[in-house]
Design a protein around this ligand. Structure first.
Ligand SMILES: CC(C)(COP(=O)(O)OP(=O)(O)OC[C@H]1O[C@@H](n2cnc3c(N)ncnc32)[C@H](O)[C@@H]1OP(=O)(O)O)[C@@H](O)C(=O)NCCC(=O)NCCS
Length: 179
Protein backbone atom coordinates (compact mmCIF):
# COMPACT_ATOMS: atom_id res chain seq x y z
CA UNK A 1 0.00 0.00 0.00
CA UNK A 2 1.50 3.38 -1.01
CA UNK A 3 1.60 6.48 1.15
CA UNK A 4 -1.08 9.04 0.34
CA UNK A 5 0.02 12.64 -0.16
CA UNK A 6 -2.32 15.46 0.84
CA UNK A 7 -3.10 16.14 -2.82
CA UNK A 8 -4.52 12.60 -3.11
CA UNK A 9 -6.76 12.86 -0.07
CA UNK A 10 -10.42 13.75 -0.58
CA UNK A 11 -11.57 15.60 2.51
CA UNK A 12 -14.94 14.24 3.57
CA UNK A 13 -15.70 17.05 6.00
CA UNK A 14 -15.32 20.74 5.16
CA UNK A 15 -12.36 22.07 7.14
CA UNK A 16 -13.21 24.34 10.06
CA UNK A 17 -11.41 26.31 12.73
CA UNK A 18 -11.28 24.55 16.07
CA UNK A 19 -9.26 24.85 19.23
CA UNK A 20 -6.11 22.69 19.11
CA UNK A 21 -7.09 19.05 19.45
CA UNK A 22 -5.21 15.78 19.97
CA UNK A 23 -7.40 14.07 17.36
CA UNK A 24 -5.13 15.38 14.57
CA UNK A 25 -1.83 14.36 16.24
CA UNK A 26 -0.23 12.43 13.35
CA UNK A 27 -1.33 14.84 10.67
CA UNK A 28 -0.15 17.84 12.72
CA UNK A 29 3.31 16.42 13.36
CA UNK A 30 3.77 15.29 9.73
CA UNK A 31 2.42 18.55 8.30
CA UNK A 32 4.44 20.86 10.54
CA UNK A 33 7.59 18.81 9.98
CA UNK A 34 7.15 19.01 6.19
CA UNK A 35 6.59 22.74 6.53
CA UNK A 36 9.76 23.27 8.61
CA UNK A 37 11.85 21.19 6.20
CA UNK A 38 10.55 23.18 3.23
CA UNK A 39 11.31 26.50 4.91
CA UNK A 40 14.60 25.31 6.38
CA UNK A 41 13.52 26.17 9.93
CA UNK A 42 14.31 24.08 13.06
CA UNK A 43 12.21 21.03 13.83
CA UNK A 44 13.46 20.54 17.40
CA UNK A 45 10.22 21.92 18.91
CA UNK A 46 8.39 18.94 17.38
CA UNK A 47 10.23 16.52 19.71
CA UNK A 48 8.44 17.57 22.92
CA UNK A 49 5.21 17.90 20.93
CA UNK A 50 5.53 14.33 19.75
CA UNK A 51 6.41 13.01 23.23
CA UNK A 52 3.41 14.59 24.99
CA UNK A 53 0.94 15.82 22.43
CA UNK A 54 -1.87 16.11 24.96
CA UNK A 55 0.18 18.64 26.95
CA UNK A 56 1.23 20.42 23.75
CA UNK A 57 -2.44 20.82 22.87
CA UNK A 58 -3.56 21.76 26.39
CA UNK A 59 -1.28 24.80 26.62
CA UNK A 60 -2.54 26.07 23.26
CA UNK A 61 -6.27 25.94 23.95
CA UNK A 62 -8.34 28.92 25.00
CA UNK A 63 -7.47 32.57 25.34
CA UNK A 64 -3.82 33.21 26.26
CA UNK A 65 -1.68 36.32 26.46
CA UNK A 66 0.77 36.44 23.56
CA UNK A 67 2.25 39.51 21.87
CA UNK A 68 1.08 41.19 25.13
CA UNK A 69 -2.59 40.84 24.14
CA UNK A 70 -5.30 38.20 24.57
CA UNK A 71 -4.89 35.75 21.69
CA UNK A 72 -6.61 32.60 20.47
CA UNK A 73 -4.98 29.83 18.45
CA UNK A 74 -7.19 27.94 16.03
CA UNK A 75 -6.30 24.88 13.98
CA UNK A 76 -7.91 24.36 10.58
CA UNK A 77 -9.07 20.77 10.68
CA UNK A 78 -11.06 18.26 8.64
CA UNK A 79 -11.70 15.01 10.51
CA UNK A 80 -8.25 13.57 11.36
CA UNK A 81 -6.45 16.04 9.11
CA UNK A 82 -4.68 19.20 10.27
CA UNK A 83 -4.25 21.76 7.49
CA UNK A 84 -2.97 24.89 9.19
CA UNK A 85 -3.06 27.37 12.04
CA UNK A 86 -4.70 30.77 12.43
CA UNK A 87 -4.07 33.06 15.39
CA UNK A 88 -6.42 35.88 16.36
CA UNK A 89 -4.98 38.71 18.47
CA UNK A 90 -8.00 40.26 20.14
CA UNK A 91 -6.59 43.77 20.08
CA UNK A 92 -3.62 45.72 18.74
CA UNK A 93 -0.63 47.14 20.56
CA UNK A 94 1.12 50.10 18.91
CA UNK A 95 3.61 47.57 17.49
CA UNK A 96 0.91 45.23 16.14
CA UNK A 97 -0.91 48.24 14.66
CA UNK A 98 2.19 48.77 12.52
CA UNK A 99 3.16 45.19 11.67
CA UNK A 100 1.52 41.92 12.67
CA UNK A 101 -2.09 43.00 12.90
CA UNK A 102 -4.97 40.98 14.33
CA UNK A 103 -4.49 37.74 12.40
CA UNK A 104 -1.56 35.46 11.57
CA UNK A 105 -1.85 32.19 9.66
CA UNK A 106 -0.16 29.45 7.75
CA UNK A 107 -1.25 26.41 5.80
CA UNK A 108 1.24 23.54 6.08
CA UNK A 109 3.10 22.71 2.89
CA UNK A 110 1.29 19.47 1.99
CA UNK A 111 -2.06 21.29 1.83
CA UNK A 112 -1.12 24.46 -0.02
CA UNK A 113 -2.54 25.77 -3.31
CA UNK A 114 -5.98 24.27 -2.78
CA UNK A 115 -7.75 27.41 -1.59
CA UNK A 116 -7.49 26.47 2.10
CA UNK A 117 -5.80 29.69 3.27
CA UNK A 118 -8.41 31.81 1.51
CA UNK A 119 -11.24 29.92 3.22
CA UNK A 120 -9.38 29.72 6.53
CA UNK A 121 -8.97 33.49 6.68
CA UNK A 122 -12.69 33.87 5.89
CA UNK A 123 -13.45 31.62 8.86
CA UNK A 124 -10.99 33.62 10.98
CA UNK A 125 -12.88 36.81 10.16
CA UNK A 126 -16.04 35.22 11.52
CA UNK A 127 -14.16 34.57 14.78
CA UNK A 128 -13.01 38.21 14.82
CA UNK A 129 -16.57 39.36 14.37
CA UNK A 130 -17.62 37.17 17.32
CA UNK A 131 -14.96 38.92 19.40
CA UNK A 132 -16.42 42.30 18.50
CA UNK A 133 -13.60 43.36 16.18
CA UNK A 134 -15.15 45.36 13.35
CA UNK A 135 -11.98 46.31 11.44
CA UNK A 136 -9.29 43.68 11.07
CA UNK A 137 -5.67 44.51 10.27
CA UNK A 138 -3.72 41.85 8.37
CA UNK A 139 -0.12 42.35 7.26
CA UNK A 140 2.14 40.30 5.01
CA UNK A 141 5.67 40.48 3.68
CA UNK A 142 5.89 42.57 0.54
CA UNK A 143 7.18 39.51 -1.37
CA UNK A 144 4.45 37.17 -0.15
CA UNK A 145 2.21 37.06 -3.21
CA UNK A 146 0.16 34.02 -2.07
CA UNK A 147 -0.71 35.73 1.22
CA UNK A 148 -1.47 39.02 -0.54
CA UNK A 149 -3.96 37.16 -2.72
CA UNK A 150 -5.52 35.50 0.31
CA UNK A 151 -6.02 38.88 1.98
CA UNK A 152 -7.37 40.61 -1.14
CA UNK A 153 -9.80 37.73 -1.76
CA UNK A 154 -11.18 38.43 1.73
CA UNK A 155 -11.79 42.09 1.10
CA UNK A 156 -8.46 43.53 2.26
CA UNK A 157 -7.98 47.20 1.46
CA UNK A 158 -4.31 48.22 1.19
CA UNK A 159 -3.01 50.74 3.74
CA UNK A 160 0.65 51.25 2.98
CA UNK A 161 3.82 49.42 3.91
CA UNK A 162 5.83 49.37 7.17
CA UNK A 163 9.09 47.52 7.74
CA UNK A 164 8.69 45.61 4.46
CA UNK A 165 5.17 44.45 5.45
CA UNK A 166 2.15 45.43 3.39
CA UNK A 167 -0.84 46.35 5.54
CA UNK A 168 -4.53 45.68 4.75
CA UNK A 169 -7.75 46.48 6.58
CA UNK A 170 -10.81 44.24 6.30
CA UNK A 171 -14.14 45.72 7.41
CA UNK A 172 -16.50 43.30 9.09
CA UNK A 173 -19.64 45.29 8.52
CA UNK A 174 -23.15 43.99 8.85
CA UNK A 175 -23.48 43.61 5.06
CA UNK A 176 -20.76 40.98 5.06
CA UNK A 177 -21.41 39.27 8.35
CA UNK A 178 -24.93 39.97 9.48
CA UNK A 179 -25.42 41.69 12.81
C1 LIG B 1 0.45 32.09 2.24
C2 LIG B 1 -0.22 30.75 2.47
C3 LIG B 1 -1.01 30.81 3.78
C4 LIG B 1 -1.16 30.44 1.29
O1 LIG B 1 -1.80 29.22 1.56
P1 LIG B 1 -2.60 28.42 0.42
O2 LIG B 1 -3.55 27.51 1.11
O3 LIG B 1 -1.64 27.84 -0.53
O4 LIG B 1 -3.40 29.60 -0.30
P2 LIG B 1 -4.60 29.45 -1.34
O5 LIG B 1 -4.61 28.07 -1.91
O6 LIG B 1 -5.83 29.96 -0.69
O7 LIG B 1 -4.11 30.42 -2.50
C5 LIG B 1 -4.28 31.80 -2.45
C6 LIG B 1 -3.82 32.42 -3.77
O8 LIG B 1 -2.39 32.40 -3.83
C7 LIG B 1 -1.98 31.67 -4.99
N1 LIG B 1 -0.81 30.93 -4.60
C8 LIG B 1 -0.70 30.04 -3.59
N2 LIG B 1 0.58 29.60 -3.54
C9 LIG B 1 1.25 30.20 -4.53
C10 LIG B 1 2.59 30.16 -4.98
N3 LIG B 1 3.50 29.37 -4.36
N4 LIG B 1 2.95 30.92 -6.03
C11 LIG B 1 2.06 31.73 -6.63
N5 LIG B 1 0.75 31.82 -6.26
C12 LIG B 1 0.37 31.06 -5.22
C13 LIG B 1 -3.15 30.78 -5.35
O9 LIG B 1 -3.11 30.41 -6.70
C14 LIG B 1 -4.31 31.69 -5.02
O10 LIG B 1 -4.45 32.65 -6.03
P3 LIG B 1 -5.88 33.06 -6.62
O11 LIG B 1 -6.70 33.54 -5.44
O12 LIG B 1 -5.57 34.13 -7.59
O13 LIG B 1 -6.46 31.83 -7.21
C15 LIG B 1 0.83 29.61 2.55
O14 LIG B 1 1.65 29.67 1.40
C16 LIG B 1 1.70 29.69 3.79
O15 LIG B 1 1.31 29.20 4.84
N6 LIG B 1 2.87 30.30 3.66
C17 LIG B 1 3.82 30.42 4.79
C18 LIG B 1 3.31 31.28 5.92
C19 LIG B 1 2.76 32.60 5.46
O16 LIG B 1 3.27 33.21 4.54
N7 LIG B 1 1.70 33.03 6.14
C20 LIG B 1 1.07 34.30 5.88
C21 LIG B 1 1.70 35.35 6.71
S1 LIG B 1 0.89 36.90 6.42
Amino acid sequence: MGVKTAAMIQLVESPRLVWPTATVRTSYLVGEQADCLLRGTPTDWLGPASEDFDEFVAVRRGVRTRWEVPSTIFWYVSGEYYLGTLVVRHRLTPELAEVGGHIGYHVVAPWRRQGHATRMLAAGLVECRRLGIDRVLVTCDADNEPSRRVILANGGVPDGRRQREDRFWISLDADNFGS
